[in-house]
Design a binder for this molecule. Structure first.
Ligand SMILES: *Cc1c(COP(=O)(O)O)cnc(C)c1O
Length: 495
């Protein structure tokens, strides 16, 4: 199995090299040249398996240069009881006969990013050995809140790596900030940036394309790599939970093997829903993929009109991990839907960089309409969805999950499609206490991590223990810089 660039199909890399490198040199995303197929027999064989075994099975199809024994070891460590608070790892909760919720927040940082970021450091570490790399990997990540913490937790004290995270000063929740500033590990650092997420992300992209800085780091025996979802090592572990959710539903007799199911995914960078698309491409019986956006509805517009246009107002919402105007992983979808036409993708991406917009041709747009449905959910509707689920199902969901729940209802009202559906729950409500308290009719008394207790008392539900323990933890970092100063932060960190 080889990997190629979405912008130049002349590129051909082995899996370990693709994971190590993160991004293709031409700026494209590294993507498998073929997608293995899952037969009904394969799915049947996976029914009795643990999550760890399912992960080993699925990931092994894409990583021939990693042995099954090696992958099982990674999966047991990544998803074991020391890190996940349920042996199911990614449990499916049933709300009614046709509606299920896939809970992806049982890991150490209480967001779905853990499913990938507990695995990626192990894939990368092994890739360093497999490729004979002697330099240290310096992982840079821009975060809208959840990636940064999950990446630091995954890479903390991993040999031959250092990790530096940038986040927008006023763009993350109080709990998310406290999680990052109290991170353990001798090889981690975090810096807030004056500005919004796109400022932090474009700062990181500039560092990656700064040849002089790269040369300087190379002389000091470092190379840069990425923990953002442009890395294939992040997308692949996410393919697993779509397949696993389907297997659970069949195992628990809520579906018959072969029945279709729709997935509704709260989307920002298009990584999560892309993994669902790949699962479908492998043969998982998926009907529609429903893309849920918050008030930043650039993807809703794209998937319903075929035109991507980032020239619009950026809104800070109560679902900050979806406050994104440039969805990097869309590039992989378009590559696939053009039949692997790297030159065409490059044209679209050049147009995006130059003018902020592009329009896909009718062939691609036709396929998009067949596969996807898209909707967006404003702030009031987000709060209403939290309140409704709490009242009707006694089920507490976070702001991102609420966007998906609302858009699923929009989809059903618009299409009358009665196919069973799973909406994806991407974070614990205890990461967004302020918004969740208000949504269920409580007045937040206090601020920041103090509200964790209030939400526990108000709902009678326990917070994930690591969040409840934040109060006692010492804050280790307090760096804040302008985006122009980001390269200097990297230099100082590596001194
Ligand atoms: C990152 C994130 C998302 C968006 O996922 P993408 O892969 O960027 O589309 C949604 N919800 C939460 C809680 C997140 O952390």
């Amino acid at each position: 199995m080889n990997y190629t660039s979405t912008r130049d199909t002349g590129v051909s890399l082995e899996a370990a090299q693709a994971v190590k490198q993160g991004l293709s040199r031409d700026g494209g995303l590294l993507t498998p040249v073929e997608f293995p197929k899952l037969s009904q027999n394969d799915l049947n064989a996976m029914l009795p398996m643990s999550y760890q075994q399912r992960a080993t099975f699925v990931m092994g199809l894409y990583l021939p240069d990693y042995s099954a024994k090696e992958l099982l070891g990674f999966a047991e460590k990544a998803y074991g009881p020391a890190r996940f608070d349920t042996s199911a790892v990614a449990p499916v909760k049933t709300l009614d006969a046709a509606t299920h919720c896939l809970e992806l927040w049982h890991g150490p940082t209480s967001a779905f990013k853990d499913l990938a970021l507990q695995m990626l450091p192990q894939l990368l570490s092994a890739a360093l050995k497999k490729t004979g790399e002697t330099r240290t990997a310096c992982i840079l990540a821009a975060t809208s809140g959840d990636t940064g913490k999950a990446a630091m937790e995954g890479f903390a004290d991993v040999e031959q790596t250092k990790i530096l995270v940038f986040y927008p000063k006023d763009g993350v929740s109080a709990v998310q900030e406290a999680q990052m500033l109290t991170q353990r590990g001798g090889n981690v650092n975090v810096c807030s940036v004056v500005g919004n997420f796109d400022d932090a992300q474009s700062g990181v992209k500039r560092i990656f394309s700064d040849e002089a800085l790269r040369d300087e780091l190379d002389k000091r025996s470092y190379f840069l790599s990425s923990a953002n979802s442009i890395n294939w090592g992040r997308i692949l572990p996410q393919v697993v939970y779509y397949i696993s959710a389907y297997c659970d539903l069949v195992r628990d007799e809520k579906l018959k093997l072969g029945d279709k199911v729709n997935f509704c995914v709260p989307t920002g960078n298009f990584g999560d829903i892309l993994a669902g698309y790949y699962a479908r491409k492998m043969g998982l019986p998926v009907g529609k993929l429903i893309c849920a956006s918050n008030k930043n509805d650039v993807l809703t517009e794209f998937l319903t009109t075929g035109t991507y246009d980032r020239n619009r107002t950026f809104y800070s919402t109560m679902s900050p991990s979806m406050d994104i105007l440039i969805s990097s992983n869309l590039e992989r979808l378009i590559f696939d839907l053009t039949g692997g036409d790297g030159a065409q993708v490059k044209k679209y991406m050049d147009a995006l960089a130059m003018s902020g917009s592009y329009r896909v041709d009718d062939g691609v747009f036709g396929k998009i309409k067949e596969l996807f449905w898209a909707g967006s959910c404003g702030e009031e509707a987000t709060a209403a969805a939290i309140a409704r689920h709490y009242k009707e199902y006694d089920y507490l969901i976070d702001t991102h999950t609420a966007v998906a729940a609302d858009v699923l209802e929009q989809y059903r009202a618009a299409t009358k499609d009665e196919t069973p559906a799973v909406f994806v729950s991407t974070a614990s409500p205890f990461k967004f206490c302020d918004s969740v308290l208000k949504a269920i009719g409580q007045t937040p008394a206090g601020e920041g991590i103090e509200l964790i207790d209030q939400l526990q008392y108000a709902t009678g539900r326990p917070a994930p223990w690591r969040l409840a323990a934040l109060r006692e933890k010492e804050r280790r970092f307090d760096l804040c810089r302008k985006k122009e100063e980001m390269p200097e932060v990297v230099r100082t960190f590596l001194d």
